[in-house]
Design a protein around this ligand. Structure first.
Ligand code: ADP
Ligand code: MG
Length: 347
């Protein structure tokens, strides 16, 4: 080969190497920053799923399918869901997801001493929160319905390949934990698909995977329960769930009194222990979801006691009077909005 030929070949090889380097640099620097989003209406609210990187698009398709599958199984209003079939005594056989969620939820019912009770459905139904016929049930009616409420009577078991739930008269509503469980399932899918950076907003329940593509923490605004168009502050987090329960989310008014959808299983009435919202920050979506509802029912004093003994989550509480409390583990991660001042709760 003459000199010109050799030069030509080394030039081609050089260009190929350069192109390969450029592609690698591009993939590392830019391709992972490409955001893919999926919006959907599910579980009676809006979901916005956002993921980054080359695997994101396929992963989000799988996530959407999983949301639809879970909704079909867990919905208390869809007639052919596992939950409805169980409540209507058509079948005690359920999917593995329903079984797993019931088991996890029952542990939370136990741990919160019944502040969370997934067998509250008959009472919930009387208030009409699941349908659109909201009303204030009479005292006697509630007393009668409360006799059917007891999570302890709900026994899940999985002999062989057919998981079943329930032995007694209970009817269930998984509304307090379903979105958190869904978030956990979606994060598993995203991880399996190789996604390392994602933010899921499941109707205000936020669950993030990793950090933002540039390595900085995700910023999650916490809504002001007294004026939902504003925020009380911003949380900076990675790999966490931020889940809020508030009396402002679903309610109706009658004779000048407000009635909301989080009920106290001991009384059958909307939980009224002085809180307007509880935000729980932790690793597990289903746990944070169940706890946000339960701590709302408990009220500040018992919620703080519970937080001290649990040790695996942090929380923000807003009281009716507009006071904001945050647990000490959030001090470094929470920036208050103007006009708000957070009092820190210590261990
Ligand atoms: P949201 O679903 O509005 O984000 P929550 O996670 O607090 O808020 O769940 C509220 C739902 O949980 C209610 O709509 C109802 O279905 C159910 N629920 C209400 N009170 C309780 C309770 N004490 N224990 C278990 N489930 C409850
Ligand atoms: Mg909840």
């Amino acid at each position: 080969m003459n000199n010109i030929g050799k030069k030509f070949i080394s030039m081609v090889v050089g260009l190929a190497v350069l192109a390969a380097i450029l592609i690698l640099v591009y993939r590392a620097e830019y391709a992972t920053e490409e955001a893919h989003t999926k919006d959907m209406f599910a579980m009676d609210t809006y979901f916005v799923l956002k993921a980054y990187g080359p695997e994101a698009e396929t992963a989000l398709e799988l996530c959407e399918a999983k949301v639809l599958e879970l909704e079909a199984a867990l919905s208390v209003t869809k007639a052919d869901s596992d939950v409805s079939k169980y409540n209507n005594r058509e079948s005690r056989m359920v999917s593995w997801d329903t079984y797993t969620l019931v088991e996890k939820a029952l542990q939370l019912c136990e741990e919160t001493d019944g502040a969370l009770d997934i067998t509250l459905y008959p009472v919930q139904q009387a208030w009409g929160f699941t349908t659109d016929s909201k009303r204030v049930p009479s005292h006697e009616e509630l007393k009668e319905l409360l006799k059917k409420v007891d999570y302890k009577g709900l026994i899940p078991s999985a002999p062989g390949r057919c998981p079943i739930i329930g032995m007694g008269e209970q009817q269930i509503d998984l509304g307090a934990v379903a979105k958190g469980y869904t978030g956990d399932c979606l994060l598993d899918i995203l991880r399996e698909q190789g996604v390392t950076s994602a933010m899921l907003d499941l109707g205000g329940n936020v669950q993030v995977l990793g950090s933002k593509p540039d390595g900085s923490p995700w910023k999650v605004a916490v809504r002001n329960p007294l004026d939902t168009s504003t925020a009380i502050g911003v949380l900076e987090i990675s790999d966490k769930a931020v889940i809020t329960s508030g009396s402002y989310e679903r309610y109706f008014e009658e004779n000048g009194k407000r009635y909301w959808h989080i009920l106290d299983p001991k009384t059958g009435y909307p939980a009224d222990k002085g809180l307007v919202s509880v935000t729980v920050v932790g690793e597990s979506g289903v746990r944070c979801d169940g706890l946000s509802t339960a701590l709302f029912v408990m009220g500040k004093k018992n919620a703080v006691e519970f937080w001290r003994s649990a040790g695996d989550f942090e929380m923000l509480l807003v009281t009716e009077g507009g006071e904001l409390y945050i647990t000490e583990g959030l001090q470094e991660n929470f920036v208050c909005s103007e006009g708000w001042n957070a009092e820190v709760i210590n261990r």
